[in-house]
Design a protein around this ligand. Structure first.
Ligand code: 13P
Length: 252
């Protein structure tokens, strides 16, 4: 895949837009704006599985990926998409463990099985972690540490080069207030510490960490500047072409 430029800007389209025609217009429109303003930076866009191939075929700067992995192995499992099915239509990365998927029954155990598979197949994988709420007694750091350890327990060290971590505090997703940059920074340090414990300093340094949760065109830059992250995972603001363009531009 083309090299991902930093900061890593990832849109998560969730169950939008309403149809393929609108999805194609969005990407064409966004890339017209990028070209017109001579912005060469690439962006990542996680989209509904059925849009992947069409967007992969038309996109020049976009790296198209999947929002989730429904199936893990080829076989008799009606309705599920495996890493090889998703990759074969153009997906260059997969998000795993998003809190909206966890709410529908995904567990650290099922994420671990999928993640071990995608990483070993050389597919860039964004693993989402984040606490439900923040208690004063700082349990949230331990909560995220446990999520990381449980999801990454059996992955091989050499496969971590394909891993990206997204810190998405559940309380900040889909709301009006993001985490503060200080709150994010504290968690990034804790995540880095856990990664060092798991795979050693040299390997841990290679893992990028993103922030997600009410990122807007107004606050995007401050996370990159002040919160110690390598990029952003963006929901609603990636579903509006002007906002997404502004974020890409502000994070050059
Ligand atoms: P919002 O940016 O809409 O809060 O969503 C964040 C998210 O869930 C990205 O994966």
């Amino acid at each position: 895949m083309s090299k991902i430029s930093k900061p890593i800007i990832v849109g998560n389209w969730k169950a939008t837009p309403k149809d393929l025609k609108t999805a194609i217009s969005f990407v064409k429109d966004l890339e017209k704006k990028l070209s017109k303003n001579k912005i060469k930076k690439n962006y990542l866009l996680a989209v509904p599985d059925v849009y992947i191939n069409s967007l992969f075929n038309i996109s020049k700067f976009g790296i198209i990926g999947a929002e989730n992995l429904t199936g893990n192995e080829e076989g008799q499992t009606t309705g599920l998409n495996t890493p090889s099915i998703i990759s074969s239509v153009g997906a260059k990365f997969i998000i795993l463990g998003h809190s909206e998927v966890r709410k529908r029954g995904e567990t650290n155990q099922s994420i671990k099985e999928k993640l071990t598979n995608t990483l070993s197949k050389n597919i860039k994988t964004i693993l989402c972690v984040g606490e439900e709420k923040r208690e004063v007694n700082v349990n949230y750091l331990k909560f995220v540490e446990d999520e990381l350890k449980e999801c990454l327990e059996v992955s091989k060290k050499e496969d971590f080069k394909n891993l990206i971590i997204a810190y998405e505090p559940v309380w900040a997703i889909g709301g009006i207030s993001p985490a503060t940059t200080n709150e994010c920074f504290e968690m990034v340090i804790s995540i880095r510490r856990t990664l060092v414990e798991l795979i050693g300093m040299d390997n841990a340094k290679k893992v990028s960490i993103l922030y997600g949760g009410t990122v807007t065109k107004e606050n995007a830059h401050s996370f990159i500047e002040e919160a110690g992250v390598d990029g952003l995972l963006i929901g609603r603001a990636s579903q509006n072409v002007d906002d997404f363009y502004s974020i890409i531009k502000s994070c050059l």
